[in-house]
Design a protein around this ligand. Structure first.
Ligand SMILES: Nc1ncnc2c1ncn2[C@@H]1O[C@H](COP(=O)(O)OP(=O)(O)OP(=O)(O)O)[C@@H](O)[C@H]1O
Ligand SMILES: Cc1ncc(C[n+]2csc(CCOP(=O)(O)O)c2C)c(N)n1
Ligand SMILES: [Mg+2]
Ligand SMILES: [Mg+2]
Ligand SMILES: [Mg+2]
Length: 325
């Protein structure tokens, strides 16, 4: 594979967004977004950390990497417009496999009318794919981690633990049928970010949001810290992915709390607006569950807690943490 032939092979024939003034083919892309604020985010996925040949096909590598970034746009209250892809690839990847990575991205991008507007290609060691997504957000539609307030309902979209369960069965070499876990595997390989839900919530005045990449134990602590409030979670209320029923309850709990990569949204909203967002979620068939509440309590602020009968236990921000030695 030669760099320039590859770029030609992945270059879209036409642009989907009128905002994109200049796409692939010059030193950089140009995007015009009058009237709206832009959102910019980047996340990187690396072979054998975020995916392996055993857990995903090339198509899924592209899908997941773009989904993780679109999920961050949704978690800010925005809609995605365009993306740039920086890829480091070793010379044992075949060109058709690399094209499949781009096909995976394009299939998801098509759902949101997003354009691929540029990137970079380097031949190196392990496959690493870094995607920058640009989106827009309405002035009163921003959903910060710091927007949680005393008395809010804590909610989560969809269900939890599916991605970690899918990853677990894909990594096992038992030779057993994977059919009972096909939904969890799909959740791992092709997560769907919650853009539509966020768009439909445009009329909601205030909402704190965080997307679930590391696991709710981690994301709940991030909201608590940013808003200087206490988040109390009732573990029995956590919505469970159905394929988890095949596993012991301790493992289910661990996957729901700190499995991560479900790319659902964890949020908080006033009780009054909770009734509104429940209606919105129902209209678009997005499951939504109240899992706890927000409190202002000087000793507990900045942290998340587990409500166990009437005791409060610290919910440590467990989850996947990248570390050097
Ligand atoms: N290497 C870096 N340089 C500059 N800013 C960074 C870097 N890494 C993270 N950040 C910033 O830190 C903040 C938190 O990033 P983080 O990656 O934890 O969030 P996230 O993308 O929601 O989570 P995840 O990476 O698990 O999907 C973001 O504002 C991000 O842009
Ligand atoms: C092969 C393989 N092994 C392990 C995992 C699990 N994993 C890797 S990174 C991460 C958290 C999010 O990362 P980040 O914080 O970088 O967004 C998780 C849960 C995987 N997906 N594939
Ligand atoms: Mg990140
Ligand atoms: Mg995030
Ligand atoms: Mg992210």
């Amino acid at each position: 594979m030669k760099e320039f032939d590859f770029i030609r092979a992945i270059q879209p024939a036409n642009l989907r967004q009128s905002h994109v003034i200049k796409g692939i083919g010059d030193d950089a892309a140009i995007v015009r977004t009058p009237y709206h604020d832009s959102i910019l985010t980047v996340d990187t996925m690396v072979e054998n950390i975020h995916f392996s040949r055993k857990t995903v096909d090339p198509f899924h590598i592209g899908w997941r990497a773009l989904a993780a970034n679109i999920s961050d746009i949704a978690a800010m209250g925005g809609v995605p417009i365009a993306y740039l892809v920086s890829i480091v690839v070793s010379d044992n990847w075949k060109e058709h496999e690399l094209i499949e990575i781009y096909n995976g991205m394009d299939e998801l991008a098509r759902k949101y009318n997003m354009d691929l507007i540029g990137g970079d290609t380097v031949i190196g060691q392990e496959l690493s794919i870094s995607i920058t997504v640009m989106g827009t957000v309405a002035a009163n539609g921003k959903r910060y981690r710091s927007h949680a307030r005393d008395g809010d309902v804590v909610f989560v979209t969809g269900n939890l633990g599916g991605s970690a369960c899918g990853l677990h069965v894909l990594l096992q070499d038992t030779g057993n049928s994977l059919t009972p876990f096909k939904d969890a595997i799909r959740k791992h390989q092709m997560p769907i970010p919650n853009v539509e839900f966020v768009e439909r919530c445009a009329s909601i005045k205030r909402m704190a949001l965080n997307d679930i990449s590391d696991g709710i134990a981690s994301e709940a602590n991030e909201i608590a810290k940013a808003s200087n409030i206490s988040i109390e979670i009732e573990p029995d209320k956590l919505p469970t992915h159905k394929d988890l029923e095949h596993f012991p309850s301790e493992l289910q709990y661990q996957w729901k709390m700190s499995g991560g990569e479900d790319f659902e949204l964890l949020g908080t909203v006033s009780l009054h607006e909770w009734h509104e967002i429940k209606k919105i979620a129902n209209q678009i068939h997005v499951p939504i569950t109240k899992i706890g509440s927000v409190h202002y309590h000087t000793e507990r602020n900045g942290k998340a807690w587990i409500k166990d009968n009437n005791k409060l236990l610290r919910l440590e921000p467990t989850g996947y943490i990248h570390k050097t030695k």
